[in-house]
Each structure stands twice: as C-alpha cells, then as structure tokens.
Ligand binder design. Structure first.
Ligand SMILES: C[S@@+](CC[C@H](N)C(=O)[O-])C[C@H]1O[C@@H](n2cnc3c(N)ncnc32)[C@H](O)[C@@H]1O
Length: 185
C-alpha cells in the first residue's frame, strides 16, 4: 500500500524464497514505472496506479506492507484504510506498518529539524533541507497522528500487535518518532 518504487517488496523478495505475487498500489505513476524497471524476484508483479482507498481485488494476501502510507490518508478516512488492509489479508496474514507518530503536532517541526541534523553533511544532498521542511509543514499530503490514536484504531479493527520497534530516534523512548509495527488479524 503506497508502495512508491517498491523497494521494500523488492528487498523482501530478495530475502524470502518463493514469493509468488507482488501487488504495488500507488497514486504516483512515475514511482510505479520506476518499480517496473527494477528486477523483481517474484513470479508476478502487478502495479496498480490508484488511490489505496479505491483499490479493489479478489486476492487475499499473506503480507501487506504499509510503509509510511497511513499518514498520507486524511484522518477522517484513516479507518477506511485500516479496514481496507484488513480485507486484503488472509486468515494468517501479517501487516507490517511503518509510521511516524507525534503526540502533539508541535513536535513535528522539531522532529524533522533533528532528523535533518542527524544526516551527515556529505549525505545532505541539494534540496534535502527544503524537502524535509516541506514535509514537516505539509497540511494537504501528510496527516500524521499520535501513536495512541493509531494503536487504538488498528486494535478496534481486530489487529493484534505481534511486535514493535522504535526505529528513530532510538535514544528517546517516548512515543514520538518512527516505529515499525507487526500485526496479525
Ligand atoms: C513516503 S512514500 C513511501 C513509499 C514506500 N512505501 C517506501 O517506503 O519507499 C509515500 C508514498 O505514498 C504514495 N501515496 C500517497 N497517498 C496515496 C494514496 N492515497 N493512495 C496511494 N498512494 C499514495 C505516494 O505517491 C508515495 O509513493
């Protein structure tokens, strides 16, 4: 879901033998075109250029990746996203959710400032600062919520947390920041 160039699915298929089918869903046709050019180690790769909320299929999946996807859905429609993911998974299916959470919206600007400063000077490519500032201030493409809100919403739709890890900043044990969560239904 919100696959971008499909790099996560590609990495997964590189490391797990026997991936039969990968479906990538994204609104950005350029990302999907780039994804199609990479060599996917799966028998079948389908790229769907659609809003994830409008994605329909009869397939049921063993695994759904939602890597920085949920925060692109407007808050009032997030529940539809959660239900959509639930409808895509088979009985033993797994969701891998990576997200950035903020308990208070004001924490967002500081987070992105710290994130930029944590990137080594040689990796601060041209335009990166502007991109990070725009991301931090976006009100029409980024709809970040608190971890408390997200955890409750996934639990309310029957998702069971198997594991979670805070990815950044790891020095701070609070609920602000980037998390990877693994859910079963
Ligand atoms: C932060 S990127 C993450 C891409 C990818 N998951 C990754 O980790 O590399 C967010 C992606 O979501 C896509 N996107 C945003 N809103 C979407 C929507 N409503 N439906 C489908 N794709 C969406 C964007 O085009 C972009 O590729």
């Amino acid at each position: 879901m919100c696959s971008g160039t499909g790099r996560v699915s590609q990495k997964f298929a590189q490391n797990v033998v026997g991936v039969k089918k990968i479906v990538l869903v994204d609104i950005n046709e350029w990302f999907l075109a780039a994804a199609k050019k990479s060599i996917f180690l799966s028998k079948e790769v389908v790229a769907v250029n659609k809003d994830v909320l409008e994605f329909e299929t009869n397939d049921k999946f063993d695994l759904v990746f939602a890597i920085f996807a949920y925060h692109h859905i407007q808050d009032s429609r997030k529940i539809e996203f959660v239900r959509k993911v639930s409808s895509l998974l088979n009985k033993t299916g797994i969701l891998v959710l990576a997200e950035i959470y903020f308990e208070k919206q004001n924490d967002c600007l500081k987070y992105y400032k710290d994130l930029f400063n944590s990137i080594s000077k040689e990796n601060q490519t041209s335009g990166l600062k502007q991109f990070i500032e725009e991301t931090a201030k976006s009100l029409d493409f980024e709809f970040k919520v608190s971890k408390t809100f997200a955890d409750k919403q996934f639990a309310s739709e029957g998702f069971k947390l198997i594991n979670e890890e805070k990815v950044w900043p790891v020095m701070d044990s609070g609920k602000n920041g980037m998390f990877v969560q693994v859910y079963s239904t």
